[in-house]
Design a protein around this ligand. Structure first.
Ligand SMILES: NC(=O)C1=CN([C@@H]2O[C@H](COP(=O)(O)OP(=O)(O)OC[C@H]3O[C@@H](n4cnc5c(N)ncnc54)[C@H](O)[C@@H]3O)[C@@H](O)[C@H]2O)C=CC1
Ligand SMILES: O=C(O)C1=N[C@H](C(=O)O)C[C@H](O)C1
Length: 266
C-alpha cells in the first residue's frame, strides 16, 4: 500500500515515516509540510533519523494525496479539513490522528467520509482503546454514585486541551452512563464553583516537560476510588496504530471509522 505522510517534520510525522518504512506491506509515496517549513526539500528518511529514502518533503498537497492509497495525518485541524476534502476528490483513504477539532470541522470530515474511508481517533494506541472500552464498562457498572474525573498530562508543546484522548475517554464514560458528554462535561473549575453536580464528567489538564501522554479515569465513590491509567512512553505506539489503520482501509467502503473498528474492540 502507498501511504503519504502529512506533516512529515512533526513529532508524529517523523515517527510515521519510520513506522511505514519498517512495515513490509507499505511504502511511502510522498510527504508534505506547509509552505515556509524548513523541512521542504529534505529527504524524509534523514528527517526521521533512518536511512535516506529518496523522497523529498513537498508542499504540493493535492499531488501527494492523489498519488497515495492512504494518507496519514497528524497535523492541525485546519489542514486536516483541507486534506479530507482533497482525499475525497481523489478517492484516497484518510487516517486522522489530529485532535482539537471544532464542530464545523467534525462535520466537514463526516461529509468527506461519505466518499472515502476515514479512520479518526484521538488516540491510535491499543492500550488507550482498551482503556476506553474498560471505562465504558466500569461507568455502566458503577452508576451515578461514583463521580467520574479524567486527568491528563502532556508535554509543554501540546496546543489543544483537553486532549483528544481525554475526550474519547469522557465519551466512553458518558456512553456507559447513557449520557450526552457535552451536557455533562466540566472542563474547567475556578473560584467559587459550588459543589459538584451528580453526573458531571470532569476534566483536568496538566502540561509540562516532555511527557508523551498520561491519562487517568477516576471513579470516586463514598469511601473508595477506582483509577484506570494509561501512560504512553513512546510515540511509536500511535504511529504503528495509524499504519495498521491505513492497511485496514483497503477495500473498505466509505465511512467514518474509529480505531476500535480497526482493532476489533467493542
Ligand atoms: N491520535 C493519536 O494517536 C495522536 C494524536 N496526536 C495529535 O497529532 C497532532 C500533531 O501532533 P505533533 O506531531 O505532536 O505536532 P507537531 O507540531 O510536532 O507536528 C505537526 C506538523 O504538522 C505540520 N503542518 C501544519 N500545517 C500543515 C499543513 N497545512 N500541511 C502539512 N503539514 C502541516 C507542521 O508543520 C508540523 O510539522 C496533534 O493534534 C496531536 O494532538 C499526537 C499523538 C498521537
Ligand atoms: O499531542 C500529543 O502529543 C498527543 N495527542 C493525542 C491527544 O490529544 O490525546 C494523543 C496522545 O495523548 C499524544
Amino acid at each position: 500500500m502507498k501511504i503519504a505522510v502529512m506533516g512529515a517534520a512533526g513529532r508524529m510525522g517523523r515517527q510515521l515515516i519510520a513506522a511505514i518504512a519498517a512495515e513490509p506491506q507499505t511504502m511511502i509515496s510522498g510527504a508534505t509540510e506547509p509552505i515556509g517549513s524548513p523541512a521542504l526539500g529534505k529527504d524524509i528518511g534523514e528527517l526521521a533519523g533512518i536511512e535516506r529514502l529518496g523522497i523529498a518533503v513537498s508542499s504540493d498537497v493535492a499531488a501527494v494525496i492523489a498519488a497515495a492509497d492512504a494518507i496519514i495525518d497528524f497535523t492541525v485541524p485546519k489542514a486536516t479539513v483541507e486534506f479530507a476534502s482533497l482525499a475525497a476528490q481523489s478517492g484516497t483513504a484518510h487516517i486522522i490522528g489530529t485532535t482539537g477539532f471544532e464542530k464545523a470541522a467534525e462535520a466537514a470530515i463526516a461529509e468527506a467520509a461519505t466518499k472515502i474511508a476515514i479512520v479518526k481517533a484521538g488516540n491510535m494506541s491499543l492500550g488507550v482503546n482498551l482503556l476506553a472500552a474498560l471505562t465504558r464498562q466500569v461507568a455502566a457498572a458503577l452508576g451515578n454514585d461514583f463521580d467520574i474525573e479524567i486527568v491528563e498530562m502532556h508535554h509543554r508543546m501540546k496546543i489543544d486541551a483537553p486532549s483528544g484522548t481525554a475526550l474519547m475517554l469522557g465519551d466512553a464514560a458518558a456512553q456507559g452512563r447513557d449520557l450526552d458528554l457535552e451536557e455533562h462535561s466540566v472542563r474547567t473549575r475556578d473560584g467559587h464553583t459550588g459543589p459538584r453536580h451528580t453526573g458531571d464528567i470532569g476534566f483536568a489538564t496538566l502540561r509540562g516537560g516532555t511527557v508523551v501522554g498520561d491519562h487517568t479515569v477516576i471513579f470516586a465513590g463514598d469511601g473508595e476510588r477506582i483509577e484506570l491509567t494509561h501512560r504512553a512512553a513512546d510515540r511509536g505506539i500511535f504511529a504503528r496504530g495509524a499504519v495498521k489503520a491505513a492497511l485496514w482501509t483497503k477495500d473498505k467502503p466509505p465511512g467514518l471509522y474509529a480505531m476500535t473498528d480497526v482493532l476489533g474492540i467493542s
